[in-house]
Design a protein. Sequence first.
Length: 115
Amino acid sequence: MLYESAPASRRAIALAALLAMAVVGCGRQEGPAERAGKQIDQAMHEAGKKVDSALGAASSAATSTGAKIEAAVQQAGEKVEAGAKQAGEAVTKAVDATGKAIEKTGESIQDAAKK
């Protein structure tokens, strides 16, 4: 009978030891490594939030800059078109003036030939 109760008592002792360790483990205070780990986790979390914020600001600035560039390109295009139109009108006037001068020269030659 003593032989059969020995394994049960060993089990009871092992179970009591495990329960004691669990109770002691739950009630213990954080060590310096655990506190440092939590501080590192918190710092990483804050850094992540700052990086997200910076990326958002950079994206907003890039969008704004892109819109400004697009507006400037459009204005430049409009100015180029206006300049080309003015140049075309000036060329047309010069061609007309040259044509009239050639006509007058031709008439002068004809008048001179008649005399």
